[in-house]
Design a protein around this ligand. Structure first.
Ligand SMILES: Cc1ncc(COP(=O)(O)O)c(C=O)c1O
Length: 485
């Protein structure tokens, strides 16, 4: 198989370009794609991995009826069913007549109090400044929380890093007052946010807001302990608002392997709330919720925690953006935040996901797929394919080949800054990567890993001429499946 250098030589990349919103931009002369602009004034914002990957999976026969035959390692969601030693999963909720009314746009007071108490209990024992319900805004999901926050950022430079959670790029550009400033994290630094460099950037670029996920999707790295303390300190000293998306705050794993770890190595979680001095003065905004840590992505109950004055602003943006979170589920969420219950959830989750992490890394290693920067947190593996034979040494082609084997992963380019704007997708720093999720149950992970094994086998030997082309056409107007985040 000859080496490809430009996206025009790759069928997987041509399919990506043909999909609405993914055509190259910034080329001269500017053209309007008539397929994209059939509704006057409507332009496709370009899908994140969400719609594109579900569209491509459906073109390869994925649908709800057949989904059990597939392994979805693209899914950014943890398994929602029972796991060993965890408290019972909630399966019923009661709906009082009062809860048929609108809830306040900041959320039900009882739940706001429960969130404040949980943060005080977990991270702020013995500290003078404590959170109250006025520091908490309940929001209908993490992305709604991020949108509410982005909507109240003024005309300022707002920094985010790449690779990070794909929605930041689009959420930030949807709110046109702020100016998004992306910076790149390098593999050589293990995708670490360099705090001294950030200090310089704040000064030289005039940054006023920084957003980052911590632990970080998709690289699985985490800023914690002294370093997190320094980052919070930097925000305080330089009056820079730091928005930390802490959705994976429980998904942190001990240094030693799951086999060697002891009970006492589990049970911690990571949050900037640990290092805040004054909850109303320090410019730290925390976003978290039931989606990942409680393994309840379908509930759409999340929160933003920050200074009181931020919460009043979020109430205002929520009143035109989303109107608030589901009322009965907010009430049902209150007992789930009980600190004793949370302790049990955290322990069971960390042990279970640590085992899955080790299992996936072990199998990848056995296939000679070395993960150079293994995840220390989250449930993602940021897998570098560069050492594989062409053409499966790029994320988009690897993704297409795996679809033929009924397995879904997310091509790395979706974690790049605005991939559609690139003239040659092969130049993207995320070109050689895919993100694998070990969120699903172990049996599903094995199904997907078996598929990877088959693809590698084909690529290294027989059947290689069937590679890199022959992909199914996308189905028109696909209904996005809600399973990719
Ligand atoms: C870092 C991060 N933040 C937020 C979210 C989204 O949360 P939600 O599904 O509640 O909108 C995700 C989901 O993948 C995520 O990875």
């Amino acid at each position: 198989m000859k080496h490809m250098h430009h996206e025009s030589e790759s069928e997987a990349h041509r399919i990506f370009r043909e999909s609405a919103g993914h055509g190259p931009r910034g080329l001269v002369p500017q053209t309007v794609n008539p397929d994209e602009e059939t509704v006057p004034g409507i332009q496709h914002p370009g899908s994140t991995g969400v719609i594109y990957c579900s569209d491509r999976a459906m073109a390869n026969g994925f649908n709800y009826a057949s989904s059990h035959e597939w392994s979805n390692l693209g899914q950014g969601a943890p398994e929602a069913g029972p796991i060993p030693d965890a408290p019972e999963r909630p399966t019923t909720i009661s709906v009082s007549v009062d809860s048929l009314e609108y809830a306040p746009t900041t959320g039900v007071k009882e739940l706001r109090e429960a969130v404040a108490n949980l943060y005080n209990y977990t991270y702020r024992q013995g500290k003078e400044s404590q959170y109250t319900f006025e520091n908490v805004c309940i929001v209908p999901g993490g992305r709604a929380g991020l949108s509410r926050v982005a909507a109240v950022i003024g005309d300022v430079y707002t920094s985010y890093q790449v690779p990070d959670y794909t929605a930041y790029d689009q959420v930030l550009s949807a709110f046109r007052r702020l100016v998004p400033v992306p910076t790149t994290l390098d593999e050589e630094d293990s995708y670490h946010l360099n705090i001294e460099q950030t200090r310089k950037d704040i000064r030289s670029q005039g940054l006023q807001v920084i957003i980052a996920s911590n632990p970080r999707n998709p690289t699985g790295q985490v800023i914690r302990d002294q370093e997190l303390k320094d980052l919070v300190g930097l925000a305080r000293e330089t009056s820079t608002t730091l928005i930390l998306d802490e959705f994976y705050s429980w998904y942190i794993y001990p240094e030693q392997s799951a086999q060697n770890a002891k009970d006492e190595d589990y049970g911690r979680s990571v949050s900037s709330a640990d290092f805040i001095n004054d909850v109303n003065q320090d410019p730290i905004v925390i976003v978290d919720g039931l989606t990942k840590n409680w393994r309840l992505p379908g509930w759409r109950i999340c929160w933003v925690v920050g200074p009181k004055n931020l919460v009043t602003a979020l109430s205002q943006s929520g009143s035109f953006l989303d109107g608030g979170a589901n009322h009965p589920l907010q009430i049902a969420a209150v007992p789930l935040l009980d600190p004793e219950r949370v302790k049990r959830e955290k322990l069971s989750l960390q042990k279970h996901f640590h085992k899955k992490r080790d299992h996936v890394l072990g199998r990848l290693q056995a296939m000679n797929l070395k993960v150079r920067v293994p995840p220390r947190a989250t449930f993602y593996v940021w897998l570098d394919l560069e050492s594989l034979p062409a053409p499966i040494n790029n994320g988009l082609t690897f993704f297409e080949e795996l679809l033929k084997e009924k397995t879904i992963v997310i091509p790395g380019i979706f974690f790049d800054i605005n991939p559609s704007h690139r003239r040659n997708l092969f130049n993207s720093p995320c070109h050689h990567f895919v993100r694998l999720s070990f969120g699903p149950p172990l049996a599903d992970l094995d199904k997907g890993l078996d598929a990877i094994e088959r693809v590698l086998h084909k690529a290294r030997g027989e059947g290689r001429r069937h590679f890199g082309h022959g992909y199914k056409k996308s189905i028109d107007s696909p209904t996005a499946l809600a399973t990719f985040v």
